[in-house]
Design a protein around this ligand. Structure first.
Ligand SMILES: Nc1nc2c(ncn2[C@@H]2O[C@H](COP(=O)(O)OP(=O)(O)OP(=O)(O)O)[C@@H](O)[C@H]2O)c(=O)[nH]1
Ligand SMILES: [Zn+2]
Length: 361
């Protein structure tokens, strides 16, 4: 999404406007101040503190050593426990428990889990009418959202390009009866208000969808008259030179926090069983009646799913899509499990070496 920037001062935001809610309220902050990670860089973080503005954050050594896997380190969207160092920097002591964690399978052979952002609440899944419309691709995104405990909302964009939207809506009904769907167009303006009303103060949300479906245009029209929005925050580099950087959490003037990180647009599924079940409710309902507990629904006798397909209760397309996503999820879960085990073993070894060195001194 290009050209998406928001210009506003970040000094006046309250905790709630930054996304703080009862989930975080219930956690023990051990007397520390709290801040939210608005961007994670290689060697430092951009942190926003309620009513104070942005700071550069560094990890305390212990946090770095104690992390068993990279996903335990701060990510864009995290709330962290901090202590101030000076007027520009803070130390990060701990990552607060996450309400949600949105990941993807990283590209390449390793296919490990890569956290894109945390504490996301709503995922707007954008498809444009008509050539980009694909129920199968929607299923992927929806499954991924459910697996991360994030609420999916489907946006059918560029509605001005088709004469009749009913056939598209009919196809979506097959995916899920109670799916939230908004039909939008920036040409005739429909649906924009509806989306605006879904975005409430302190809500963290993101837009996903293929390149060119109109995400940037749509977001800009959501922002309405708010000029060309640019969020640039002052920073001083090591030589004291004033620089500006763009952020990955964008705080909209009307409330609401837009996550705009690289990698948010397209991703491989890291789905879990629960996400698949929710996304393919008609399959999981029937699967309970299969003869075997670990039925693969491909060739077993008395398989209620296969029977459902034969009787037309499950469409052939949905069945194939389910099998494909299940295979992907299974493959991912297995390789990720192995990888975590190895990372943990390595982490333990490092800690052991550090301990031995200390003892020797
Ligand atoms: N007909 C029509 N065209 C639209 C609409 N919204 C956006 N477009 C056009 O679609 C093209 C792509 O829009 P973008 O907003 O750049 O799409 P994007 O999803 O942000 O693309 P990436 O930055 O590549 O991810 C532009 O030429 C827009 O003018 C719409 O509602 N109707
Ligand atoms: Zn079965």
């Amino acid at each position: 999404m290009k050209g998406l920037k928001i210009f506003n001062t970040l000094e006046n935001y309250t905790k709630e406007q930054l996304g703080w809610n009862t989930f975080f309220q219930q956690q023990d902050t051990q007397g520390f101040q709290v801040g939210r990670v608005i961007a994670a860089h290689k060697h430092h973080y951009d942190i926003i503190l309620p009513e104070k503005g942005t700071f550069k954050g560094q990890l305390i050594g212990k946090l770095l050593f104690m992390a068993d896997t990279p996903s335990e380190l701060p990510k864009t969207g995290d709330w962290v426990l901090i202590s101030p160092m000076d007027e520009q920097e803070v130390l990060i002591h701990e990552v607060m428990e996450r309400e949600t964690m949105f990941s993807r399978r990283s590209a390449g052979a390793s296919g490990s889990e890569q956290v894109i952002c945390t504490n996301l609440q709503t995922l707007f899944i954008v498809q444009s009418l008509n050539e980009n419309f694909s129920p199968r691709r929607l299923e992927r995104y929806i499954t991924q959202a459910y697996s991360s405990q994030v609420k999916p909302v489907v946006i059918l964009h560029k509605a001005d390009l088709v004469a009749d939207i009913e056939p598209y809506l009919d196809q979506l009904k097959e995916i899920q009866q109670d799916l939230s769907i908004v039909v939008t167009s920036i040409v005739d303006g429909r649906g924009v208000k509806e989306i605006q009303s879904m975005i409430t103060e302190g809500m963290t949300f993101a837009f996903v969808g293929s390149s060119g479906v109109g995400k940037s245009s749509l977001i800009n029209s959501l922002l309405g008259s708010q000029q060309q929005v640019t969020q640039e925050v002052s920073h001083y580099d090591s030589k004291g030179k004033h620089t500006t950087v763009s952020r990955e959490l964008l705080f909209l003037p009307e409330g609401g926090i837009l996550v705009d990180t690289p990698g948010m647009r397209e991703f491989g599924v890291t789905a879990d069983e629960e996400g698949l079940q929710k996304s393919f409710y008609e399959v999981s309902e029937l699967a309970e009646h299969c003869r075997f507990k670990h039925c693969t629904h491909m060739h077993e006798p008395d398989c209620a799913v296969l029977q459902g397909v034969a009787e037309g209760k499950i469409s052939e397309d949905r069945y194939q899509s389910y099998l494909k996503l299940q295979r992907e999820a299974e493959h991912y879960q297995m390789s990720n499990h192995e990888k975590r085990k190895k990372q943990k073993q390595f982490g333990k070894m490092v800690k052991e070496v550090v301990k031995q060195k200390k003892n020797r001194r």
